[in-house]
Structures are given as C-alpha cells and as structure tokens.
Write a protein that binds this ligand. Structure first.
Ligand code: ZN
Length: 397
C-alpha cells in the first residue's frame, strides 16, 4: 500500500479507506461479478464474456476485476494473446499478492503455451519422490543437527538437516512480519517424533488434535523455547505438511508469544499471524472466509477481535476469517506500519485503535464499520476470483 501522508489523511479520512479497501465494489458490481463467474463456471462463455465486458467498460464506474473473467474465457477458447492482454489489465489493478502470483502463472502459460512445468512454491514440492522416500525412513537412533537459531533432533539425519534449514528460512520470514525485520538472538530446540503416538507421548503440553506444538517456559536459568513435530503421516508416508505448514506455524506462535510476553495477544491475531507464516497458502481458508461473509455470516469484526477458544461456534470458519483479516491488514500496511500496529496491541490498545495509530489516522468512530466493510468486500471478491481461476478445484467437494 502506498505510504499515506498524515496531513491528507487527517483531512480526508475516508480516502484512506478507499486505499485500505483496495477500491471497494458496489453491491451491484458484486452481483454482476457473481453472475459473470456463474456463467463462466456453467460453460456459458458468450454470456460470461458479455457480462464481464460490460463491467470493464462501464463508463461511470468500470470494474477492472472483471478482466479476470475475460482472461479466463479467452484462455479457455485458446485465444492466448487476447487472454494475456486481459490478464495484464487485471494485474494492473490487483492488490492481492496471492492472486497476483496465481494470475502471473496463468499469464506465463498464455505467453508460452503449452504450459511449462509449474515452479515449485513450497519446500515439499521441491522434493523428488526418492527424497520423500528417504525422509520417510525411521531409524532407531536420534540424529542432531544445529544452526544459528535451532537444535533439531529427529530419527532420520536428512529430516534433521532439512528441518534445520527450513526453520531458519521460516524464522527469517516470521521476523520480517512480526518484528519488522529485527534479529531474533535466541535458540529453539526442535524435536521431530516418528509418529503421532511418539509425539503425544513426548511433546510438552501437546493438544490432542495438533500435529505440532510449541512451548515457551520461563525458568530461573532463562527461557526454554521448544517445538515438537511429527515425521510421519497417519498413512505411513512422510508428512509434507510438517515442512510447509506446521513448522512455520508453530515457530510463528513461539515468536508471537515471546513478543507479547505478559500482554494478551487476541486469538484471531495469534492464529492469523501463524497461518500467514506458513509456506503454502491454504486456498480453502480464502474460499471459506469469502463464502461465510457472502452468506451474511459477517458477524461483527468486533466479535472476531474478541473471540476466545472457548466460544468458537465454528473453529474452521474462525480460522479462515482470522487468516483472511490478518493477511488483508498485512498486505495493506508497510512493514513499519504493521510492526507499529503489533506494538500498540501489545501495549493494550484495542485492535481498531492500534490500526488507526499505526496508520497515524486520528481516532474516528466510523473506522471499525468502514474497515469491516472494506475487508468483507475484499474477502468476498478474493474468494470469487479463486473460484473463477478454479484453483479451489478438488477442495470444493
Ligand atoms: Zn495455531
């Protein structure tokens, strides 16, 4: 997001929301987009194209997001040059890093059909089948590997080495998000247990359902930082999600909890940040958040801020919304603004106050409802595009 000038912001607080919302859509446009996407999904390409064209050409208020529908229709018809042009138009107005990544991949495919092999985006995707088979071996001794911040123990030397490398990568990313790029001069012990049974037997304070856990213990000798993970899945194969998700997720929790110390970190923020640290974006969460909000299950943003583990009606929807909101905020703030936001929350500000202070906007009572509307528009639109791109295929059933 562009840096905002505090004077302009003070005079025109509403303008900030247009930026924060990434240009919010009117209800009629959301309906128009929904109709175009539905037509596209029904295979009614002429209809989808016509509807999308109308939206992009609307004289008073064009909807640049409809370019994505045009691009998809053209790609389907094998009109790769025209599709590439539409993807470029769409990218020029797209403010979601996640979508830009997916759309750029589509653009590359159109520029060089037939498509080249996808660039592996997650650590586990970079592994060959023979490497995965090696990582699934459980030896009868424990191997130790260490690096600047980690001491890793696992019943397989390759697992120990890989987890050490990826833990350093994850820590760098997490410190960038949470600590504004500051160094983190501490050591974490990571235990990788062979399977769930071993994990539950040895991990400290492990909740029954988790595939990983973190512990932060304050002792007279200092702080003990520990993460417990599992090597194997329940089906006897190497647990790739351990590398892509569980390791960065638990590490993020650890850094967050130490950062907040005695202060309270709201649950949505704690989980949202931990999900943001994961190496792989779970599209299911984006789709779920979008569809829950589109179905009028917005609840209040205020309620999301105050939710506690004990009062979650639907934990999956809560996680999805937490991820959606925290990444919405993170994408729209500079690293410095985001760090300031976390500092204000830590100092006891409410979430809405912390955001306004971080953005250096004067307090305004209409801030929260406007923020909620901007986020809901964004989340609903983001889910729509993912659906249009069919990246959710296979997880929608
Ligand atoms: Zn978590």
């Amino acid at each position: 997001m562009a840096r905002t000038d505090s004077l302009i912001v003070a005079v025109l607080p509403i303008a900030v929301f247009a930026t924060l919302a990434g240009g919010s859509m009117r209800a009629v446009d959301i309906d128009g987009m929904q109709a175009a996407i539905q037509a596209y999904r029904n295979g009614q390409y002429d209809l989808a194209e016509g509807l999308a064209q109308d939206l992009t050409e609307n004289e008073t208020d064009p909807v640049p997001r409809a370019w994505l529908i045009l691009a998809e229709v053209r790609r389907h018809r094998g009109q790769y040059d025209r599709a590439a042009e539409a993807y470029r138009q769409y990218l020029a107005s797209c403010d979601s890093a996640r979508l830009r990544r997916s759309v750029r991949r589509r653009l590359q495919e159109c520029e060089a059909p037939p498509p080249t092999t996808n660039n592996p985006s997650t650590p586990s995707e970079r592994l060959t089948p023979s490497e995965l088979a090696e990582l699934a071996e459980v030896r009868d001794r424990i191997y130790t590997e260490s690096s600047e911040h980690f001491i890793v123990r696992a019943p397989n030397p390759k697992v120990a080495r890989l987890v050490t490398e990826l833990a350093e990568d994850s820590l760098r990313r997490i410190c960038g998000v949470i600590l504004g790029g500051q160094a983190w001069p501490h050591t974490v012990e990571i235990y990788v247990w062979a399977d769930r049974e071993q994990f539950l037997k040895h991990a400290e304070d492990a909740p029954e359902y988790a595939g990983g856990s973190f512990t932060l213990r304050y002792t007279p000798d200092g702080i003990v930082r520990r993460i417990d993970l599992t090597q194997m899945d329940s089906d006897g194969t190497f647990d790739a999600a351990m590398l892509d998700r569980k390791l960065p997720h638990e590490l993020a929790h650890l850094v967050i909890h130490e950062f907040f110390g005695e202060s309270h970190c709201p649950l949505f923020l704690d989980e949202g940040l931990a999900m943001l640290a994961e190496a792989e974006v779970d599209h299911k969460r984006i789709l779920l958040a979008g569809s829950a909000l589109a179905a009028g299950d917005g609840g209040s943003l205020d309620r999301l801020f105050r939710s506690d583990r004990a009062d979650l009606d639907d934990p999956e929807v809560f996680y999805a919304k937490s991820f959606s909101f925290v990444s919405f905020l993170h994408e729209r703030m500079t690293q410095e603004q985001f760090r300031r936001f976390l500092e204000h929350v830590k100092a006891g500000s409410t979430i809405e106050d912390a955001i306004q202070r971080a953005l250096r906007i004067p307090p305004d009572e209409s801030f929260l409802p406007q923020l909620a509307a901007a986020w809901e528009d964004h989340a609903i639109a983001e889910a729509q595009y993912l659906r249009a791109l069919d990246v959710g295929e296979g997880i929608l059933e």
